[in-house]
Structures are given as C-alpha cells and as structure tokens.
Write a protein that binds this ligand. Structure first.
Ligand SMILES: [Zn+2]
Ligand SMILES: [Zn+2]
Length: 291
C-alpha cells in the first residue's frame, strides 16, 4: 500500500466564513446554521459513507462561538451514534473565531470547551477519536492536554498553511503523519514525542494553493487526482507509505456536482495505491510501520 487515507467530514453550513479562509474570495460572513437543512445533509452523508466507505470516516461536529452545542444535542447526537455504529469515528472540533477580531488564544477557554464537548459525547456513549482545530488553528499547549484526555489523534494540520494571526501555522511541517512534539507542533526534534499523532491534510508539497490539497470543495477532480498521484509518488520516493486525510464538508451533500467529485476521487484513490482507513486504524498502521 502506498497511501492510507482518512476521510474527514467537517460538519458545516453555507455562509460560515468568519475569517475568509477559502479561495473564493475574502467574503467574511457568519449566519446561524440552518439546523433542519444540516440534519438532512447529515442523513444523506451517513448513507453515502455507508455505501461508499463501508462506514469509515472521521466526522467533526461543529462547536464554536456562533453555535456552541446544537450539533452536540439531538437530533445530531443520534446521527453521530449511527455513524459510529456503521464504522465511523467522531472527533472534537472547535471554531473559536470571532468575526473581524480573529481567534481566541486563551488556554483556559480551550480547556473548558474541549472538556464540555468531551462530556457531552461521552454521555451519549461516544468515545471521540481525537481533535481538530477549526480553520487550522492549533496551539502547543493543546498537545499535553489532548494526551491527558486520551484524545490521541489530531487532524488540524494543513501543511504549508501559515496564518500567524489565527495561530494556524503549518509551514515546513511533515506531509505525512507524525507524533507531535509536546513543545512545538511543527518539528521532529530532540524532545521525547507526545502520544498524539498528527495526521495532515493531503498536500502536493509545493505552492500553498487550495488546489494542491485533498480538499474536495476547493479543487476539481483533475487537481485531486494530481495531488493523489504526487502523494503516491512521494511514498515510492521515500520508501514509506504516506498517511494523510482528505477534507469534505457536510453542506456539500446538497451539491450533486461536489458529491460526484468526492465519490470519483475516493474511487480513484482506492484504485491507485490507496486504502481508506479510520484515524485509529491509521495510528495502528503508523506504529507498525515505524517500529
Ligand atoms: Zn470546521
Ligand atoms: Zn520538541
């Protein structure tokens, strides 16, 4: 196998762009989530995942300044349980952006939010597999904290992405999975590694252009295939399978063109040296490959 792909599904809705992250312009907008529409999209999504991925995916339900808990209450909690029953995983996901102000950087704030979300999921019988920071935001203080909470997989990294003001700095980071240093999330260094495995978004490795990532909404099918081929090529060159994730957003389930692109990409990856795995399977594979 050349590459192990974790299929990450971010729960989101149209008109949520507090910091202007996409390459569709810098339109800054935040509307409240249309919860009924979101619910329908998640139902479509679960059927899609079951049929296309045999249930294997990581779902990251939204929680942030503009919607703290709706996606951690019914009807969504039952849907996340269904996702787990059919073979998927749930990760804790925070969006602490404030429109026109930036990102909250306070350690206590993150501790409180993450513990609150963890409790909600655990009360519903769900053991989250790990963490993902919204908008690629990550702080070094999170690593030890995640370790203490047994959240041993992080899916925040977008290699090459660099927005200091959002604390979303992933320049010069590894293009395949690695254990985080407890003090500096970017480097492989002399410190003893933490127990938190970072899995990065699949990246071609050159220009920080959204078409160079396995980001289903931001690239067309040819771009995605080309990124995939470059990941497989890298695996051959370094003599080691690559472990990465692809990014898709639940609101795209309402857009047939993007759903088709997603399923065509998954088929291409599976037929070209790739295997779709959950994040926990990816962690086991990483440990075996590096022992
Ligand atoms: Zn998100
Ligand atoms: Zn270090």
């Amino acid at each position: 196998m050349k590459a192990y792909l974790v299929v990450l599904i971010d729960i989101s809705w149209d008109d949520f762009n507090p910091l202007g992250i996409s390459n569709m312009g810098n339109r800054i907008i935040v509307r409240k989530p249309p919860l009924q529409k979101c619910e329908k999209e998640v139902q479509l999504l679960l059927t899609f995942i079951k049929n296309t991925l045999k249930g294997k995916c990581v779902i990251t339900p939204f929680s942030g300044i503009y919607c703290r808990s709706a996606f951690h209450e019914e009807p969504f909690i039952s849907l996340w349980n269904q996702a787990v029953e059919q073979g998927g995983e749930i990760a804790i996901h925070t969006h602490e952006e404030i429109v026109e102000k930036g990102v909250i950087k306070d350690r206590i704030h993150y501790s409180n939010v993450i513990i609150q979300l963890l409790e909600r999921l655990k009360n519903a019988g769900i053991e989250p597999c790990g963490y993902r920071g919204g908008h690629a935001t990550y702080f070094n203080f999170l690593t030890k904290f995640l370790e203490e909470l047994n959240l041993l997989i992080d899916l925040t990294s977008i290699p090459g992405f660099n927005k200091k003001s959002w604390s979303a700095v992933w320049s010069n980071t590894s293009l395949s999975a690695y254990y985080l240093c407890p003090f500096n999330h970017l480097v492989n260094c002399i410190h003893a590694q933490s127990n938190v495995l970072e899995i990065p978004l699949g990246f071609k490795g050159n220009k920080n252009d959204f078409r160079n990532y396995l980001w289903i909404e931001q690239a067309d099918l040819n771009d995605l295939k080309s990124v995939w081929d470059s990941i497989v090529f890298r695996a051959e060159r370094v003599g080691k399978p690559q472990i990465i994730y692809s990014l898709f957003h639940s609101h795209s389930m309402s857009k047939n063109k993007i759903v088709r692109r997603f399923s065509e990409f998954l088929e291409y990856a599976s037929n070209h040296g790739g295997k779709i795995v959950t994040s926990k399977e990816a962690r086991k594979i990483f440990n075996i490959l590096n022992n």
